[in-house]
Design a binder for this molecule. Sequence first.
Ligand code: ZN
Length: 454
Amino acid sequence: MNSQQQQISSSALLTRPLWQQHLRLLLVLAGSVLTLLILMVVFSRMDNNEFVLTETPVPLEVASTVQPDSVESTGTSSKPLNKMSITLREGETIATLFNRLKIDHSELHSMITAHPRNKILTHIRAGDRIQVVYDDQHSVHELSYRPNLTTQLTIRRAVEGFDSNLTSVQLDHRQAYTHAVIKNSLFASGKRQQIAGHLLKELVEIFQWDIDFAKNIRSGDSFSILYDESYLDGQKVGTGHIAAAEFTNQGRTYRAIRFIDPKGHVDFYTPNGMSMKKQFTRTPVRFTRISSTFSLGRWHPILHRLRRHQGVDYAAPSGTPIKSTANGQVVFKGRKGGYGNVMIIQHGRQYSTLYGHMKAFAKGLNVGSRVQQGQLIGYVGMSGLATGPHLHYEFLINGVHRDPLTVKLPIGSPVPYAYKNQFRAHVNRMLAHMQTHQQVEYASAGQKKDDLNA
Ligand SMILES: [Zn+2]
């Protein structure tokens, strides 16, 4: 059979010219060489690729085997540890959570018994968050838990059992800015701007001496607040106090800056260092004598019956100037029975003062007028029920009469002289912050207008 085939092929060869037979051989040879070359190139490329790829994992492998835990079993230790941040579900405890993670109960027991403070783990409930690091053998390497915002408990595997550490977590403080134009009410406008309620309350507290928030807020009034925010791991966790504020009430702008002096005393001041809490002067008039003191019951010389005297009578010549004892606002002006001509001034939210038996009121003052401490408000007289010219003066806190001669007056001291340089630097910084924010606000408001016009 073989010889027959050979014969056939040799006869075929013989039927073609010699050069054709050589060309075919040459082509086969060339093809083989080319294929070999291509294969060599491809393989050398693959070699290169393989080299590049294998080079990076090597140090990682080395690094992971260096870890003391994995020295003995290199094979499994190269796998990464499981690090999980878990919020406990409804009804879950640390024990049931460990079941969920398939961690042996003895692990939990040795963690809790490692240190008395670790007992707190047994109080963890739904909504609490823990971080746990465990390996493929389900043995815990580290567990951390924050019993409160600024404390962290860390339990780490030690050579024997577990170590327990309590560390304090530093909160980040940043300053934020907000601005609002009042449409109808301060609190409604604040709410619309999503300003925290306690910031609005603090704002009212600060400016209550200058602005009547109950009656004198107008649509178009505006305010800007620089306030503290605290962050934990980049997450906002709280809104703190006002650092600086500005309030424009009926076209007049008031500013307040918080200042913490080196002794730790905190107060709000005007940019000039005056306290936002306005001081009262003790007496509203230059008197000759105190003709009647504050008492809960005395014989009234004209009414001829026992009456409470809820103020102090300062005897003074008719026409003696009467001055407001603090900044405030006129809330009553007119005749009031036995008091004769009376003016009542409201100071902040809590305080009011009453001035009676006046001969006349100061010109230009009406209900709603703002008065400064020491400003002339009227003149001593004997209008109403009075035996002689004197000023009847009352002092009320939250509507309750107090003895004007002994009442503890709210003291709003200016910034102590010793701290004036620190205060000035602080004020400049705060006002600059405020201005930067306001410019941004103004520019973006202008942009919105332009957008609308376009
Ligand atoms: Zn009196």
